[in-house]
Design a protein. Structure first.
Length: 129
């Protein structure tokens, strides 16, 4: 459940940032989406390391853990971005509302991301000092 909450927070950041970049800074939605993903993935890493997987550890430094998280999330990001691009191609009017395409991509990527995080990064239980 906490992973889903983190995913929702990540979605709000992702969709909100890309929509702001497109609407107010006149970014291309494809470029804006790269920026929004990086911010959203960082927020979800922080959430999941401190909440969802608080009883687990990665055994890495914070920087190494973040880099590993970003690498692991790249599988979900590829699924997410692929669905995003397909939506924009299928529905050209969504170029003005890229948050809609972010929502579609997020649904497909959620399962991929959870399995990656749980089985590859936060797989060991924390030991008590």
């Amino acid at each position: 459940m906490l992973f889903a909450v983190g995913g929702l927070i990540g979605f709000v950041v992702d969709a909100g940032v890309v929509q702001l970049l497109v609407s107010f800074a006149h970014f291309n939605p494809y470029v804006g989406r790269v920026i929004s993903f990086l911010l959203a993935a960082t927020v979800t890493w922080w959430w999941n390391r401190s909440r969802t997987f608080a009883a687990r550890q990665s055994g890495r430094s914070l920087a190494a853990e973040w880099l590993h998280w970003m690498a692991l999330m790249s599988g979900g990001a590829a699924v997410n971005y692929g669905a995003f691009v397909l939506c924009l191609m299928e529905f050209p009017s969504w170029h003005r509302w890229p948050a809609l395409a972010v929502a579609v991509g997020s649904v497909f990527a959620a399962l991929v991301n959870f399995v990656s995080a749980r089985t590859l990064l936060f797989r060991r239980a924390k030991t008590r000092p």
